[in-house]
Design a protein around this ligand. Structure first.
Ligand SMILES: [Zn+2]
Length: 299
């Protein structure tokens, strides 16, 4: 009897660990889990990214504090040219973009990153229909709004990039993202089992909702984006840094593509950003707990 109980307990223990392991591998995280060690592929994370060091008033507006938990932020989806035409995205709801979004974000205390460093390049994909939803989500927005400290860190990253490659520039693809837009992204995929795992439900949100995360790539002197192995918002493992060594070995990523990712990651980390293992383009300026303590989410 005692042996039977021991075996049963052992099996339950194994099942619990298998469950934990599965979720730790399959859950997309947009930021470092609480008390988690810094992820490091090339070098240790440099913790200069305390949102609490921002010398600016907290975002207030009419927003309410959100209850964020671990989640992934972006629609980690292939560009619309590769989205299957039989997806129900064709029957998606008509999106009404938030009016006067730039004015709204500036009114919340967010900064235009290019006002801090005019050499930063901006191409907000959600400000055009060239995104996986196929509709414009940011009307009248061409600037990248972020927390003041995030803007300073971006300027520092740009400086580090220029020191190594004077003709390269950081290209900003997404910056502050109101939670209303997060809801619209979610609505576009929530009925699609293969896609919704790549989008954070709005109740979870992301650091983009605080202006404390950015999606970026690097462009060359001609403005051409470096080849990172997948497009921005590509939905699949090929876009995930945690798998890139495997794809390098299998030949699905080239050494040049991996090197481009490593260059981006290195300059961002040196400027204090934290990379994530699920998207090569996404970087956090602080942890979610730091953001929650000091700021309110952008509604
Ligand atoms: Zn992102």
């Amino acid at each position: 009897m005692r042996l039977y109980l021991s075996i049963t307990l052992l099996l339950l223990n194994l099942m619990a660990w298998a469950y934990i392991l599965y979720h730790s591998l399959s859950t997309e995280t947009d930021y470092a889990p609480r008390n988690a060690p810094a992820t490091s592929i090339e070098q240790p994370y440099s913790d200069k990214s305390e949102c609490s060091t921002v010398n600016s008033p907290p975002i207030m507006g009419n927003a309410t504090k959100t209850n964020l938990v671990h989640s992934k932020d972006t629609a980690n989806v292939a560009p619309k040219t590769t989205v299957s035409t039989d997806l129900p995205l064709k029957s998606r709801e008509k999106i009404i973009p938030i009016p006067n979004l730039a004015q709204y974000l500036a009114g919340l205390g967010l900064h235009n990153a290019q006002a801090t460093d005019s050499s930063l390049r901006v191409d907000l994909r959600y400000a055009t229909p060239d995104n996986f939803v196929g509709q414009t989500l940011y009307a009248d927005l061409s600037a990248c709004y972020v927390l003041p400290r995030t803007a300073q860190m971006l300027a520092a990253a740009q400086k580090k990039l220029h020191a190594q490659h004077p003709n390269y520039n950081i290209l900003l693809l997404d910056c502050a993202r109101p939670r209303r837009v997060q809801q619209q992204l979610w609505n576009a995929v929530k009925h699609l089992p293969n896609m919704r795992r790549y989008v954070a439900p709005p109740q979870y949100g992301s650091l983009h909702n605080f202006g404390a995360a950015i999606d970026v790539t690097i462009v060359d002197a001609q403005g051409q984006a470096l080849d990172m192995g997948t497009p921005y918002d590509y939905m699949g493992e090929l876009a995930q840094p945690r798998h890139q060594q495997r794809f390098l070995k299998s030949g699905q990523l080239t050494q040049d593509q991996v090197n481009n990712r490593l260059l981006l990651r290195r300059i961002m980390r040196e400027a204090g950003f934290k990379a994530i293992e699920s998207e090569w383009w996404h970087f956090n300026a602080c942890t979610i707990n730091q953001a929650k303590q000091k700021y309110r989410a952008i509604e």
